[in-house]
Design a protein around this ligand. Sequence first.
Ligand SMILES: [Zn+2]
Length: 102
Amino acid sequence: MGDLKLPDPFEDEIYDRPLLCDRCGKMLKYMGIGEYKCEACGYTQYDAYGLVRNYVERNPGVNVLKVEKVTGVSRKVINGMVKAGKLDIKAGSMKLAEEMHD
Ligand SMILES: [Zn+2]
């Protein structure tokens, strides 16, 4: 624990944090904004927030249902991220997601 630790505004909510590298099994290092990197092999992994964030960044204006389907992260968790101001999903598409069943 000798590393200089920067305050992370998202630290209070880390979703499904991966601890070990999927590729080589070594410890992952947290890089910030939901991203983790294996220092042994360079493999990058994401927690739920990282997955959702990446997808939303590549697909601006996407709605929550689509994000849930693609990332496998539940809508409830995604909604929480949106409410916390972590994701740029339009309020309108949130509403659309809620009303889609009728
Ligand atoms: Zn690795």
